[in-house]
Structures are given as structure tokens and as C-alpha cells.
Design a protein around this ligand. Structure first.
Ligand code: AMP
Ligand code: ZN
Length: 465
């Protein structure tokens, strides 16, 4: 079965056929590191991680590039306010982003280029566009002339009169020949960092960096380009104009966009007080795996309504599977296998793959796991499964977990020190009246077959056997 994805450009679900055999080249717009990344951003990054992992599951070779936007107007202004260089200012947020990715088990793409390290490539691209007559200068800035690129609007399907630029990088008021034109290279502003260039001293436009970096690492035509829906216009539309304007070749075959995350039914915003980073949630006792599950479990083209209730339900779903795995492991080798189970597992596998092939229908894919858990649980209770069956189910869950990565499929042995540390953390959590965390630690240890007993003398533990 082939993987099918919804292509924003054609507005159709299409079979993924890479430009080169079994090799997928994918670019995903990365974070702007002017602040801690919020859980809305992570909704999009999580969708990209699931896509990435499922491509690997299907056996494709993958080169995935995710940029780090470490220069834009907000960064330049904030760095100046703090009297820091751009590099010093962004370092903290970039490191935090990488740490958050690790906590959420988002795999590192093969290549993570930084914008400030690709200024030359961006300038080369502007030179090419200039040679093709697609640029003009005004007030020290260089603009892309949209009238010179007849395909403008083919991604966002906006009619040309509506494609007036708006948004975060283009809000400087410079003189343009046509309001739809967008800036490639911006004139420097007094007191701010700048680069010298054949187009004058200045800084790059945001759209330019993604065209320059994606083509540098993936070539002038590649397979998949992703981002959140807010990037379709103008960012991705402008990337197409710059890239195809320069090379004369089709830039991207499949454009794939994730719908937004909203919070308790409302847009996430600082003023509403519903703006969360991963760190905010961790401070409230959330486990990264619950957020990972929640973000991954809603189909990427559906708006995701983040609620604390949803977070708890996600944790409960993970526990259901983990408890099941503990029970499954207790099936001894000696019992003969039930031959019918192999087919039941094969059915679950084909349901899982069909759902994922169908434009990454993650909720249906997860449903296939829970149905299997329910059926197999009954058989475990009846005592009708043998060691071979146990391994068949574990093998299926291993495949599932290579994509979702939220279940404890592999047996993790804790050593005595780790157990003592967790018990200490639980005692502290109880002192802080953080009973949710205390219960979680108890549960987590129980999943690892460690039982706790609170006595007057303190907390004792023993291994369940
Ligand atoms: P930025 O750092 O603003 O460039 O955003 C990084 C990624 O997060 C982009 O792909 C955006 O489209 C995406 N994004 C921003 N806000 C949200 C949101 N509320 N829900 C989902 N994705 C978002
Ligand atoms: Zn981008």
C-alpha cells in the first residue's frame, strides 16, 4: 500500500511518489528562536515527526531538513533591547528548543541549518533573481517583482487582487512598486545588526532563507515541504516565487500543512493567559509523553483543541497500553501458541498501516491498537496465549512505537539508585502537595514492577515477581 498525503497545491489526496526512487527529500520550516517555542508550534513539529517516522517505517530513505530561523525583525529588536548580539540572544532559545524536542521525542532531522550561517547562499539567490529581472531596489531594500512571475498564487489559490502582503516580516513600511511585492533584502536600521552585500548593507527577508537553505541541501526540486497552515500564504507562496523564479524548475512536489492548535476552544494568546510552552506544562506536572500522545493523536488537518482533560486522557491511554504490555510479558515461554492470534495481529497491522497510509490518519491508527489490546487482554485472562503469541504482539507494538514512541515496549530495568531517586522525588512532590506527580511516580514504578509501601518509617519498595 502506498502512502497518500493531502497536497495543498492540488487540493487533492495524492499518492507519494518520490522524484528519485525510494528516496524522500523533505523540508520543514523550523522555529523562529526569539522566544520559547509554544505547544501550537509543537503541534506542527509533532505532525512532521510522525510523517518523518512513518516514511522511515515504510522503508523510504529520508533526508529531512529543518531550518532554525535565527534572524528576523523580532530577534533583531529583542537582541538590541537586551544589548546582546543576535547570536547571544538566540542561543538560549535554540538550545531550549533542542531540549524540548528531546523531551517530546521528536527526532532530529538529518540537517538543521541556521539562517545566519547561510547569508551568502541567500545573496546568491537574490543575484540570480536580479539577473532574471525579477527584483528592484527601493529605499535601500531589494524586492521581488511579483508581476514577473506568472504562477504567483498557485499554492494558496488566492486571486491576485487578494494577495496583498501582510504579516510578520513584511510589516516595515518601505516603498514598493506593487503592494503584493515582498522584500528579499532589507535595508539596515540604525543601531541594528547588518551584513554587507552587493545590494547594500542590510538583513535577509524571512522567505528568502527557506528557499536558499532548502535548495542548498535538497536540490532545486524536492519532494515534500511542510509547515503550519499560517505559512501557506505568504511564506510558502513567496518561497515558490523565489525558487522557481530563479531556477525555472518546479520547486516542491507535495505541500503538506498542519491545522492549528487552539486552547480550550480559543486561540492561544498571551493576553488570554492560555499561552503554554512545554516548560509551562511540565511545571504543572504534565509528562512529555502525554503531550506527545495528545498532539499526535488528532489528525493533522483537523484543528486540535488542547485541554487539560485531553492531556489526562492521553496519559490514561498510554497507561492502558503499558499495563497491557506488563501483563503480556508475564506469559511464560512454555505455554503453546494459539495459532489464531497471528492472524489477529496481522489484521491489527494492516489496519494500522491502512490508517497511516490514508493521509496519516493517526486517530484510526491508534484505534487499531486499542482494539487489539482489548481482544488480547481477554485471551490473556483466559490463559489461551503462549510465549510465541506474546512475541508476535510485542513485535507489532514495536513497529507502532517506532512511529508514536509513547509506549514502554522494551523492558526497562531500573537500578536501585534510580528507584531511590524517584522515591525521593515522590516524597518531595508530596511535600509540595503535588499529588498528581506523586501518583505518577508510583504508577511509573508499578509499570516497572516496583511496588511502594508508605510506612511510618518512610517509603519502602520491593520488586514484584
Ligand atoms: P514560527 O516559529 O512562528 O515560524 O512557527 C513554527 C511553526 O509552528 C510553523 O510551521 C507554524 O506554522 C507553526 N504554528 C504556529 N502557531 C501554531 C499553532 N497555534 N498551531 C499549530 N502550528 C502553529
Ligand atoms: Zn520557511
Amino acid at each position: 500500500m502506498a502512502l497518500k498525503l493531502y497536497n495543498t497545491q492540488t487540493r487533492q489526496i495524492e499518492e507519494l511518489v518520490p522524484l528519485k526512487d525510494q528516496e524522500v527529500r523533505m523540508y520543514t520550516c523550523g522555529p523562529t528562536v526569539y522566544h520559547f517555542v509554544h505547544i501550537g508550534n509543537f503541534r506542527t513539529f509533532m505532525f512532521q515527526d510522525i510523517l518523518r517516522r512513518y516514511l522511515l517505517y515504510k522503508g523510504f530513505r529520508l533526508t529531512h531538513v529543518m531550518n532554525i530561523t535565527d534572524v528576523d525583525d523580532k530577534i533583531i529588536i529583542n537582541a538590541r533591547k537586551r544589548n546582546q548580539t543576535i547570536a547571544d540572544y538566540t542561543k538560549e532559545f535554540e538550545e531550549a528548543f533542542l531540549e524540548d524536542m528531546k523531551s517530546l521525542r521528536i527526532q532530529q532531522p538529518e540537517i538543521m541549518p541556521k539562517a545566519t550561517e547561510h547569508i551568502q547562499e541567500m545573496l546568491d539567490l537574490v543575484s540570480t533573481l536580479q539577473q532574471k529581472g525579477l527584483t528592484y531596489q527601493s529605499d535601500g531594500s531589494t524586492y521581488f517583482r511579483i508581476d514577473g512571475f506568472s504562477d504567483y498564487g498557485k499554492l494558496s489559490h488566492l486571486d491576485s487582487s487578494a494577495t496583498v502582503q501582510s504579516g510578520r516580516v513584511d510589516d516595515d513600511e518601505y516603498t514598493k512598486e506593487n503592494p503584493r511585492d515582498f522584500v528579499l533584502w532589507k535595508a539596515k536600521r540604525e543601531g541594528e545588526e547588518w551584513w554587507s552585500s552587493p545590494f547594500g548593507e542590510g538583513r535577509p527577508g524571512w522567505h528568502l532563507e527557506c528557499s536558499a537553505m532548502s535548495m542548498k541541501y535538497l536540490g532545486s526540486s524536492f519532494d515534500i515541504h511542510c509547515g503550519g497552515v499560517d505559512l501557506v500564504f505568504p511564506h510558502h507562496e513567496n518561497e515558490i516565487a523565489q525558487s522557481e523564479g530563479a531556477t525555472g524548475r518546479p520547486f516542491v512536489k507535495y505541500w503538506v500543512h498542519a491545522a492549528h492548535l487552539i486552547v480550550e476552544g480559543q486561540k492561544m494568546s498571551k493576553s488570554l493567559g492560555n499561552f503554554f510552552t512545554l516548560r509551562d506544562l511540565l511545571a504543572k506536572g504534565c509528562r512529555p509523553r502525554s503531550l506527545r500522545y495528545l498532539l499526535a493523536s488528532v489528525h493533522y488537518r483537523k484543528q486540535l483543541n488542547f485541554t487539560f482533560d485531553g492531556l489526562e486522557q492521553s496519559e490514561a491511554s498510554i497507561r492502558r497500553v503499558n499495563d497491557f504490555i506488563v501483563r503480556l510479558r508475564e506469559i511464560p515461554d512454555e505455554i503453546a501458541a494459539n495459532p489464531a492470534l497471528e492472524q489477529r495481529v496481522a489484521l491489527a497491522r494492516s489496519q494500522f498501516e491502512q490508517a497511516m497510509d490514508d493521509d496519516l490518519n493517526t486517530s484510526a491508527a491508534l484505534a487499531s491498537i486499542f482494539e487489539l489490546v482489548r481482544d488480547v487482554n481477554i485471551q490473556i485472562e483466559e490463559g489461551s496465549l503462549g510465549g510465541e503469541n506474546r512475541d508476535q504482539v510485542l513485535e507489532f507494538l514495536r513497529g507502532v512505537n517506532s512511529v508514536f514512541d509513547v509506549f514502554d515496549v522494551e523492558e526497562q530495568q531500573l537500578d536501585d539508585d534510580e528507584i531511590r531517586q524517584l522515591i525521593e522525588e515522590r516524597i518531595q512532590a508530596r511535600r509540595d502537595r503535588n499529588f498528581q506527580r506523586a501518583d505518577e511516580i508510583r504508577q511509573m514504578l508499578m509499570e516497572k514492577n516496583i511496588l511502594l509501601e508508605d510506612t511510618r518509617e518512610g517509603t519502602r519498595w520491593k520488586r514484584r515477581n
